[in-house]
Write a protein that binds this ligand. Structure first.
Ligand code: MG
Length: 392
């Protein structure tokens, strides 16, 4: 049976998820599933983007950096090159695109998600900030545009798969797994002195730098709880997290009768990326597989809130709602960057998030109102400047 071609736009093509997505697309085409990459976007890496242009031959590319965009125009005269901050949203809304893969890193991804969904596109979402900072807006765009949102994050891909086995009103709770990062069980005194290099050594996953640090503080897991809340419309008191150091079970769903369904797979992001692209079908492209006897045993532990204070702060912000999660996301981005530069201690990330939440309550907490893109942007700006002036 011949299949029609799916036209895709890949936002954030030069990042970790972007590169793995291109690998998945190549694998899918080798087994006869044709995807045509119509557009690519990146922030600043025009050299890598140029290589990708030669391989996938898109019609349009977008680069935030204007100098790099000009180099691409000079090098590829027939290619339409968009530049500046709005480029990703512009190419997310192109006519004739079926699927927009949003692998942008950071809050900049939200506008592109909204642009695609309000035009009824399917969005394969790896940009968690879309839901963390603008969950209510994303839900409104979905309702208005009739698009579809499919998660790429491994935990949410697992939840989507487990939820498919039962009815929504029979779900008791969602259970996200967390590896616990490289400092699981380390005593507090030692944590203060860990370096960026230590924190970047994630025990199981290979990921971008910010998300690796967020996995060490567990702020990432709290952001993922927010994502799950908006993706699956489940209240916060029915979403829990369990520590599972091996990252083999990616998440679980408990149903009314006590049955728990789990999704397990090798920890390779290409598996959830591919599932998002072929959903609800499954394809064998020879990605890594699990060998259960070789794994031996799987461990689960309770999450210790004292050990991971950043988790509690972000979750408290989630319960505040409004622009509080947007502020926490922006502050976290700044605090992680400061830690990676050697400007602050690891502990400062959690303390800074706590201070940000207090500051947000004072500044924005009294007049919530409905969330708007402007409201998200203003909380984001405020939190960035607040977090960059916090003492080390
Ligand atoms: Mg994840």
């Amino acid at each position: 049976m011949s299949r029609s071609t799916t036209n895709v736009t890949l936002l954030g093509s030069t990042g970790s998820i972007g590169l793995q997505t291109l690998d998945v697309l190549a694998r899918l085409s080798r087994v006869g599933r044709t995807f045509r990459v119509v557009a690519l976007s990146a922030r600043a890496n025009d050299a890598l983007l140029a290589n990708q242009i030669k391989t996938v031959r898109p019609d349009v590319v977008s680069l935030v950096d204007r100098g790099g965009a000009q180099r691409l125009r000079d090098r590829f005269p027939g290619l339409h090159v968009v530049d500046g901050e709005g480029g990703a949203s512009e190419i997310a809304a192109l006519d004739g695109v079926d699927v927009v893969i949003n692998a942008v890193v950071g809050a900049a991804g939200l506008a592109a998600t909204l642009a695609a969904l309000s035009r009824g596109r399917t969005v394969a979402l790896a940009n968690k900030e879309s839901l963390v900072a603008g969950g209510e807006l994303v839900r409104a765009a979905l309702a208005e545009g009739g698009g579809r949102l499919v998660p790429i994050d491994s935990e949410h891909s697992a939840l989507l798969q487990c939820l498919g086995a039962g009815r929504a009103n029979d779900v008791r709770r969602l259970i996200l797994t967390a590896s616990g990062g490289p400092f699981l069980g380390m005593d507090r005194a030692k944590r203060v002195t860990v370096s960026a290099a230590d924190a970047l050594r994630h025990p199981t996953w290979s990921m971008g730098r910010r998300i690796t640090i967020d996995s060490a503080t567990l702020a990432n897991k709290a952001f993922e709880v927010i994502e799950a809340h908006y993706l699956f419309d489940v209240p916060y008191d029915r979403i829990s997290v369990v520590i599972h150091p091996a990252s083999i079970v990616h998440s679980l769903v408990e149903f009314r009768d006590g049955s728990i369904l789990a999704q397990a797979a090798a920890h390779d992001m290409r598996i959830p990326i591919q599932y998002a692209l072929t959903y609800p079908e499954r394809v064998d492209t020879e990605l890594p597989r699990l060998d259960l006897p070789q794994l031996g045993r799987l461990e689960f532990h309770e999450l210790d809130g004292e050990e991971f204070p950043a988790y509690g702060s972000v979750l408290a912000a989630a319960r505040e709602g409004g622009s509080a999660p947007a502020a926490m996301n922006a502050a976290d981005e700044v605090l992680v960057a400061r830690f990676l530069r050697g400007d602050t201690a690891f502990d400062t990330i959690a303390r800074g998030l706590d201070a940000t939440l207090d500051g947000w309550r004072g500044k924005f907490g009294q007049s919530p109102g409905p969330l708007s893109l402007d409201g998200v942007a203003s909380a984001d700006r405020w939190a960035r400047s607040f977090a960059s002036t916090l003492p080390a």
